[in-house]
Design a protein around this ligand. Structure first.
Ligand SMILES: [Zn+2]
Length: 325
């Protein structure tokens, strides 16, 4: 009888343990989902709009600059990553793929970066945010600018969790907003819509001004976003244009290139990449206008220095060679 009772008790314990394990699995599963949902909604804040003046958007620019602005278009293969430094201030636009993380962190470490005033993730694609989680884990930063969009990828989730673990949020900038980077200033030009069918068009586009020199950073913004930027009426003219979307036909429309009218162009593109970039269409547009093109597949990392008046590059321009469209 006692034995039978003991057996019954064991069965009871087993059932009880089973129920507890089941509840734990369900609870933890929900907890994980809840955490992720919370992190996506809690990790975003919208910045307040200030200093917006379409008619005279150079009014707040420091004209008597002291020292250099140094821009490194880092060779991260078929991807984008750009380091901008002025005085003690530093900004990183995009962080390449996850494959390049060791190279990127070594590059940043060699530059003795203390912290970033800004990190910009232009949009959710892996070739732009792939290693930014490691950058966030390795460096302090003041402001992380990110467009108001999400992705269901592991890469994006890793970035969100990294930002959250620093008790930080993504700051969604508004078009027209201006920020200071040392004595340089930059203004947000895009994205201008709330929803796009192509993730590329969520790309944060900025125009940076240092003294009388100007630089446009376009992420992977396509012709649609380029047209929206032109429609805003902001002055897009720039000395140096980072060509959109690695030289793809989707970007660098004739109208946009005419208005930007750059003295120099930079293309971040992987050697022998499988996307056939840069394209004939884009390279011929640049060649027609005799715009010198610096490209990471030919020159590696490209360092561009401005003293506020003159712009110099550490390498000679590359070729107008293209892959087939
Ligand atoms: Zn890209």
């Amino acid at each position: 009888m006692a034995r039978k009772k003991k057996f019954k008790n064991n069965a009871g314990v087993q059932i009880l343990v089973g129920i507890v394990v089941f509840i734990a699995i369900v609870f933890l599963g929900n907890l994980h989902d809840t955490n992720l949902l919370d992190s996506l909604s809690d990790v975003v804040e919208t910045d307040s709009l200030e200093n917006v003046d379409n008619s005279d958007n150079n009014s707040t620019v420091v004209t008597n600059v002291d020292g250099d602005l140094i821009i490194d278009y880092i060779d991260v293969g078929q991807a984008d990553s750009i380091l901008i430094r002025q005085g003690d201030a530093a900004m990183l636009i995009d962080g390449g793929t996850s494959e390049c993380r060791d190279d990127l962190l070594t590059f940043l470490s060699d530059k003795n970066i203390d912290k970033f005033e800004y990190i910009i993730g232009t949009h959710t694609h892996e070739d732009h945010i792939g290693s930014l989680d490691d950058v966030v884990n390795s460096y302090d930063f003041d402001t992380f600018l990110f467009p108001n969009t999400t992705a269901t990828t592991k890469t994006f989730e890793n970035l969100v969790l990294a930002v959250q673990q620093k008790n930080k949020k993504f700051t969604v900038p508004q078009v027209g907003q201006e920020y200071s980077l040392g004595e340089a200033r930059f203004q947000i030009l895009a994205p201008n819509s709330d929803e796009y069918s192509s993730a590329n068009n969520y790309s944060i586009v900025i125009k940076l001004t240092y003294g009388s020199n100007t630089f446009l950073f376009t992420g992977d913004a396509e012709s649609l976003s380029e047209q929206e930027i032109l429609d805003t009426g902001f002055d897009v003219n720039a000395d140096v244009l980072k060509i959109g979307h690695h030289g793809s036909t989707t970007s660098t429309s004739k109208e946009f290139l005419d208005k930007v009218s750059p003295k120099f162009a930079v293309i971040s593109v992987g050697e022998n990449n499988s996307y056939n970039l840069p394209t004939k269409t884009t390279m011929e547009k640049l060649q027609e206008k005799n715009i010198p093109v610096y490209r990471t597949d030919e020159q590696g990392t490209i360092e561009c220095i401005s003293d506020g008046t003159n712009i110099t590059f550490n390498v000679n321009p590359g070729s107008y060679a293209y892959m087939e469209d």
